[in-house]
Ligand binder design. Structure first.
Ligand code: FE2
Ligand code: FE2
Length: 305
């Protein structure tokens, strides 16, 4: 792996995450890799005692996220990260790198992150043995969390994890903690605060800017490195945290025919993403050859990140 960059300044406040307390009162988001927040719909909530503190942490996360994820911010981040000038490495090297990005608030620190990825992938493989592309999609879907790593700018939590949503049009009421959008500068901008905003009916979600995070980043990386994975795979990667879409059925007016087809796979995938954090240990070395063969099938040997 070649690390090509110093720590860039993205105008985001890395201090944000210092506000987040750790240990027992924390949350685990998504596959348990990252921190303190989670959506209100059941992303791996843990049974901690301090319910109210937890809600405060989650709420504060979304307050900052909803205020700062503006159309301009997303545009800036997409421009910066589309350069793909941060690191050169293979998919597997990235899986291993993710292991190094420790989250001190994660109670499962003893389980390497790669196990969470493989748990999701192996669970899907069991039920869909012939769809090898979806096994690989599961393995890679959270790799964008390397945005938390110093080599990638060490972005704050609110710019990496959490539910995602379109920017450039009205924020759907089903988005968790919707009220905080009132403090987003796009909220009162007539170019961005109508049903369609910067978009048009049926324009296709790939033409819609999503709040910036690990989902959109990994989507960019896969696409720009010319993966041969099917469009459903890219759809899963880009929208797996887009709960207003796949849980609440919002934003249908922006979807095209292909989106409607791909959404079916995202809904299948999401069940495994949420429930894969099992206690079943994965023997990484045993399954590694299979996943390496999939990586070889669908990706170049080295990717630009
Ligand atoms: Fe995940
Ligand atoms: Fe994720």
């Amino acid at each position: 792996m070649t690390i090509l960059i110093d720590q860039p300044d993205f105008g985001v406040e890395a201090e944000e995450k210092k506000k987040i307390p750790n240990k027992e009162n924390e949350l685990v988001l998504d596959d348990g890799f990252v921190v303190p927040v989670t959506n209100s719909f059941g992303h791996n909530f843990r049974d901690y005692d301090a319910e109210s503190l937890r809600q405060g942490v989650v709420e504060n996360f979304y307050r900052v996220n909803h205020i700062k994820q503006t159309f301009d911010f997303v545009k800036r981040m997409r421009e910066e990260y589309s350069k793909l000038d941060k690191v050169e490495m293979s998919i597997w090297e990235c899986c291993e790198l993710l292991n190094d990005v420790h989250d001190e608030s994660d109670p499962d620190l003893d389980e390497p992150q790669i196990e969470h990825l493989l748990q999701t992938a192996e669970a899907i493989r069991k039920d869909y043995p012939d769809e090898d592309w979806v096994h690989l999609t599961a393995l890679i879907h959270d790799l964008g969390k390397v945005l938390l790593h110093p080599s990638f700018g060490e972005l704050p939590q609110w710019a990496v994890v959490g539910d995602t949503f379109p920017v450039g049009c009205a924020f759907d009421e089903t988005i968790v903690h919707h009220k905080y959008f009132e403090e987003n500068k796009d909220y009162n901008n007539p170019a961005y605060n109508t049903k369609y905003g910067a978009y048009s009916e049926g324009c296709g979600l790939n033409n819609v800017m999503m709040s910036w995070g690990h989902d959109d980043y990994m989507y960019l990386v896969a696409k720009e490195n010319k993966t041969t994975l099917p469009s459903a795979a890219l759809f899963i990667v880009r929208y797996h945290s887009f709960y207003a879409l796949h849980r609440s059925g919002g934003y249908k007016h922006l979807m095209n025919e292909e989106d409607i087809e791909n959404l079916k796979w995202l809904q299948v995938f999401n069940k495994y993403d949420l429930y894969s954090k099992s206690k079943v240990r994965i023997d990484v070395e045993k399954v590694k050859p299979y996943y390496l063969s999939l990586i070889e099938k669908y990706f170049p040997a080295k990717l630009r990140w």
